[in-house]
Write a protein that binds this ligand. Structure first.
Ligand SMILES: Nc1ncnc2c1ncn2[C@@H]1O[C@H](COP(=O)(O)OP(=O)(O)OP(=O)(O)O)[C@@H](O)[C@H]1O
Ligand SMILES: [Mg+2]
Length: 430
């Protein structure tokens, strides 16, 4: 390497313009090299080679065909499974009788065609099989799989899974009715021994009736919130299906679902839509399907099979139109009337409805209740909402008494022409 004198910069510059020598190149090549560099490079290439080798052995991997990686495949095992006959489609049957004896034998009905005497596969425990159970039968007609009861998805959807937030405290002016309801719904579940001691059967059905908007559906919501039982809500109109016999089948399945639960409440809202009196003109008016639904309900209420812990709750505002056969005790044990609230009841309802509203101080709810004679809970709820609207129109932060009075003018007096409660009251008085 040429040695330059410090002060001879010009000479250095001219020399740098030329090519670097072999010595310089050797030094430059050493830059960045550590004692392990060579080995690291060697191992990296080796490992990447191994990875590519593994990939070739595994074959092409598709991420979106849903298959497990080939390394997890067990082709021999699968072949054995298929050849062993376990993979064949199962036939579905119902066990009609289990024969006594040391070896398991059962009568199984397959479709409605025939009954077969069959055994069970080894891996199935005989204790898991019961009479009237759905089972899957293998190729040699032996029970291969116990199956859960078949439930129509539209019916399992009727089950109330999310409990409503309404509680008994949200219902005003119905203390008497609520007491009766608690007695028949909660007492048999919480204290069954009381009924046993007296030797009387607990009531199993009840109808809530009364003029529209007095809190029948509200009460059912509070019951659903309160009990731990399964709550199934059926609206009458859902049962009126296109094909004759569909409604009856739905009732049967609803009861089958209810019986499979430890405790269950069936709530039929607007029961008059399918429980009307039977008439001779049903064929002409197209009510034949509705009548069959009703007959199936009557059958289920006191049929051959024990109803178990199924409680039937109905709500209707035209009890006078209900079929007589349905109304008799044994089918509908209790009839609870929801009347229009009295003065105290109206005051309570007004207080309940305004609980979450921003109302001013010193509102005379008693006076307001007095100004709404013969009003239903729904009308009082509407009064409170309208009062809120008046306050909003005037950009006020809270609702004052004058708003309520204006709302009463509008809802109670203004909407008189819509009033049809006279007819309902006349019908209910019969
Ligand atoms: N006793 C009550 N206490 C508090 N609010 C009530 C009461 N009765 C009715 N309401 C109010 O009126 C609304 C309608 O009541 P609900 O749906 O229970 O009427 P209903 O009796 O089922 O009427 P319908 O026979 O027409 O079905 C409720 O959501 C509630 O806001
Ligand atoms: Mg209702």
């Amino acid at each position: 390497m040429p040695v330059y004198k410090d002060d001879n910069i010009d000479e250095m510059k001219t020399d740098m313009s030329g090519a670097i020598g072999a010595d310089d190149a050797a030094i430059l090549k050493l830059a960045g090299n550590s004692p392990y560099t060579q080995k690291t490079i060697q191992y990296t290439t080796q490992s990447s080679q191994l990875v590519s080798e593994i990939k070739t052995l595994c074959g092409i991997q598709e991420s979106d065909n849903g298959l497990a990686p080939q390394s997890h495949w067990d082709l021999d095992g699968d072949l054995e499974f298929i050849n062993g006959g376990q993979f064949r489609a199962l036939q579905i049957g119902r066990i009609s009788k289990i024969m006594p004896g040391p070896q398991f034998r059962a009568c199984v009905q397959i479709r409605s065609s025939a009954s077969y005497l069959v055994g069970k596969a080894e891996q199935i425990n005989a204790a898991d099989l019961e009479e009237d159970m759905r089972v899957g039968l293998g190729g040699r007609l032996e029970i291969k799989l116990p199956l859960p009861p078949a439930v129509d998805p539209t019916i399992s959807l009727m089950q109330v899974d999310e409990r409503p937030t309404t509680t008994y405290a949200d219902i005003g002016g119905c203390a008497e009715q609520l007491k009766l309801i608690k007695e028949i719904i909660e007492l048999p579940i919480l204290h069954p021994e009381k009924f046993k001691k007296l030797g009387i059967p607990a009531p199993k059905s009840c109808i809530l009736y009364g003029v529209p908007g007095v809190g029948k559906t509200l009460t059912a919501r509070a019951i659903a919130n309160r009990t731990n039982s399964t709550f199934i809500r059926i609206t009458g109109s859902e049962l009126n299906q296109k094909y004759v016999g569909e409604g009856a089948r739905m009732i049967r399945e609803i009861f089958a679902l209810a019986r499979s639960k430890p405790n269950c409440i069936l709530f039929f809202d607007e029961a008059d839509s399918f429980c009307q009196k039977r008439s001779n003109q049903a064929q002409e008016t197209g009510d034949a399907g509705v009548q069959r639904t009703l007959l199936e309900l009557i059958n289920q209420l006191d049929g051959f099979k024990d109803r178990g812990n199924v409680f039937v709750l109905m709500a209707s505002n035209r009890p006078d139109t209900l079929d007589e056969a349905l109304q008799r005790p044994g089918r509908l044990d209790r009839k609870i009337e929801f009347k229009l609230p009295d003065l105290q009841g109206r005051e309570e309802i007004l207080r309940i409805q305004t609980k979450k509203m921003a109302v001013g101080q010193g509102i005379r709810f008693k006076l307001l209740a007095r100004l709404c004679p013969d009003s239903s809970g729904a009308e009082l709820a509407s009064v409170c909402r309208e009062a809120g609207m008046y306050a909003m129109r005037e950009n006020r932060r809270e609702i004052i008494e004058a708003d309520f009075i204006k709302a009463i003018e509008k809802v109670i007096k203004g909407y008189r022409k819509f009033l049809n409660q006279g007819k309902y009251m006349a019908a209910n008085a019969m």
